[in-house]
Design a protein around this ligand. Structure first.
Ligand code: CA
Ligand code: CA
Ligand code: CA
Length: 143
């Protein structure tokens, strides 16, 4: 009995896989292996996108809904992973933040490290003395 169930599940998986493959081949939106993490279409992948997925977690949606990152009609772990995996710690537009915009010095350091990697320089001017440590002069002593 259990063996039949396993075989049925395997067959179902194969059918779903082939459906996705056929849809892709036909130029339709694929149902698997697809990730559109900018849920609110604001050009950034951040906590706002994650919050939308979290709020709608477990819901069934019409196919192709904007909030559904992989277009499979349900808000589930795949949508959470899609957003979380692509999230950036902060924006790297020049001088967008000051030290007191971050919840902690550590958060500022994470942002600095990320933008240094992406842009190659201290876009927010968080490290005035250039020693690689941000917000040292700030009276705010983050955790
Ligand atoms: Ca977004
Ligand atoms: Ca989904
Ligand atoms: Ca410094």
């Amino acid at each position: 009995m259990r063996r039949n169930r396993v075989i049925r599940l395997l067959l179902l998986s194969l059918v779903l896989f082939l459906c996705g493959y056929a849809a892709t081949a036909a130029g339709l939106q694929p149902t698997v292996g697809y990730c559109r993490p900018d849920v609110n279409l604001d050009g950034e992948i951040d906590l706002f996108d994650l919050a939308i997925v979290g709020r709608m977690y477990g819901l069934r949606l019409p196919l192709g809904s904007q909030e559904d990152t992989n277009g499979d009609g349900s808000m589930d772990i795949f949508d959470l992973v899609c957003v979380a995996y692509n999230m950036r710690p902060c924006r790297c537009e020049p001088n967008y933040y000051n030290c007191n915009d971050f919840s902690s010095r550590f958060a500022a350091q994470v942002c600095y490290n990320y933008c240094m990697r992406i842009k190659g320089y201290d876009v927010h001017l968080l490290d005035v003395d250039g020693d690689g440590y941000v917000c040292e002069w700030s009276i705010y002593d983050g955790r």
